[in-house]
Design a protein around this ligand. Structure first.
Ligand code: CMP
Length: 139
């Protein structure tokens, strides 16, 4: 089925001017960028967005990292978009990511791993609504 998912190009990638290269990999996989905005996340936004990880030891560092520079939030649309985006991103830890994936090619570490993607259609709906109004998404 045609789905939508939330993608974030993280500060390690925007810092190294990799937005276009990452978008090329997403588009090359058949995902359409139907909304996109470059923002500086606030601490509150980062903490709320990653609230499910609140108890994890890396939570504070993750929120520091996500607010350390601009991010690009985007909505991707396509057949099985949630799974397809996760395939293109590769494993969370770049050391485990397959060749040709965003994280294998670009990530610096398990934290500075260049991209985020929703992990389910249910979470995608919540994550998309956190950053975009319906009228901002043009399919
Ligand atoms: P993301 O897919 O955005 O979801 C949670 C983020 O936490 C993850 O990517 C990484 O940027 C970061 N992170 C840092 N350390 C870890 C870890 N040990 N396991 C999972 N995620 C981690």
């Amino acid at each position: 089925a045609v789905e939508r998912t939330l993608s974030i190009i993280k500060p390690d990638a925007t810092r190294r001017n990799l937005t276009g290269k990452i978008n090329a990999l997403l588009e090359g996989a058949g995902l359409r960028i139907v909304a996109q905005r470059r923002i500086q996340m606030t601490r509150t936004q980062a903490e709320t967005f990653y609230a499910v990880h609140k108890e994890r030891p890396f939570f504070g560092s993750l929120c520091d990292f996500m607010t350390s520079g601009p991010v690009v939030v985007q909505v991707l649309e396509g057949e099985n978009a949630v799974a397809k985006n996760r395939e293109v991103m590769g494993a969370t830890n770049p050391a485990d990511a397959a060749p040709g994936t965003i994280r294998k090619e670009f990530a610096e570490s398990i934290e500075a791993n260049s991209a985020h993607g929703s992990d389910s259609a249910e979470n995608a709906a919540v994550e998309i609504a956190y950053f975009f109004a319906g009228a901002d998404i043009v399919g």
